[in-house]
Design a protein around this ligand. Structure first.
Ligand code: SF4
Ligand code: SF4
Length: 271
């Protein structure tokens, strides 16, 4: 199933291996019991924590109802600083990366580049990884690491296949995205694939690209998605308090009109 995903994300063009179900059907009746089981091919997942507050990992653990099933039955966690006792990074099907990358932190830069080499898919996990979020404002000079002052979204250094924005990412979004990845549900993952290429990370982008284009329907989703209440909502229209905005990008990416296929609509309507 991850071969299908890799192809969809522009990855390996190697011919797809025959599906397990097909092998089972083609096998003689007496050998059916020996056919390989789909459950044996659990996706190998890595988790890397770069610069952030760990809020996304905490949000992941809030999936109390399905977390143990996901971790034990659906995926193999093969790499992670606090999850796996392993120094060498192995090959992975998917690597979740939380946090932005600090350019002065050589270890983080190398780990990110190595993850790109060794992972079939890279998912930017949380707004620090997707847009830089509040780490964008870091100026260095902190006692522990005074030279750490330039923090970038990970797509500034490596190709990102999926993005899950949020400060932190909603637990439900994490659970549904992981299950969709395990099941190869590309329809569900399409917005996350689009978000990986999105370069909008500010409440002002909603004002510029949605409201001023006459596209806003007044649904209020942007205000609901805002973790700092920078995006307000009154009399059917959102408004942005720039001083409170931490540039997480959630409002823009969650807005159902920010991804309006304008060119396609113009083509179909002859405008
Ligand atoms: Fe994030 Fe709110 Fe700023 Fe939008 S307005 S980018 S949701 S902090
Ligand atoms: Fe308008 Fe988009 Fe906000 Fe809905 S989410 S109120 S369409 S800007």
């Amino acid at each position: 199933m991850f071969d299908k995903l890799k192809k969809a994300f522009g990855g390996s063009s190697e011919p797809e291996a025959p599906k397990v179900e097909e092998k089972v059907e083609a096998a003689p009746a007496e050998t059916k019991a020996e056919a390989p089981k789909a459950a044996s091919a659990k996706p190998r997942i890595g988790y890397i924590h770069l610069s952030g507050c760990t809020g996304d990992a905490m949000s992941l653990t809030e999936n109390y109802d399905i977390l143990s099933t996901v971790l034990t039955d659906m995926v193999d966690i093969v790499y992670g600083q606090t999850l796996v006792d392993l120094w060498e990074m192995p090959e992975m099907d998917l690597c979740l990366i939380e946090g932005s990358v600090c350019l002065q932190d050589e270890h983080s830069v190398h780990e990110l580049l190595e993850a790109r080499e060794k992972s079939g898919l890279i998912a930017a996990f949380g707004s620090c990884a997707v847009t830089g979020c509040f780490t964008t404002f870091a100026r260095g000079g902190q006692q522990a690491q005074p030279k750490h002052e330039s923090f970038l979204p990970i797509n500034a250094l490596v190709k990102v296949d999926l993005a899950l924005p949020g400060c932190p990412v909603a637990p439900e979004m994490i659970a549904k995205a992981v299950v969709a990845l395990c099941e190869g549900d590309l329809d569900y993952l399409k917005p996350a694939m689009d978000w990986a290429a999105c370069d909008k990370g500010c409440g002002c982008d909603v004002l510029t690209n949605v409201i001023r284009q006459g596209l806003c329907t007044g649904c209020g989703t942007c205000a609901l998605a805002c973790p700092t209440r920078a995006m307000g909502f009154s009399e059917g229209r959102p408004s942005c308090d720039r001083d409170r905005c931490i540039k997480c990008g959630s409002c823009y990416m969650m807005c159902p009109r920010s991804w309006l296929p304008e060119s396609r609509i113009k083509k179909e309507t002859g405008l």
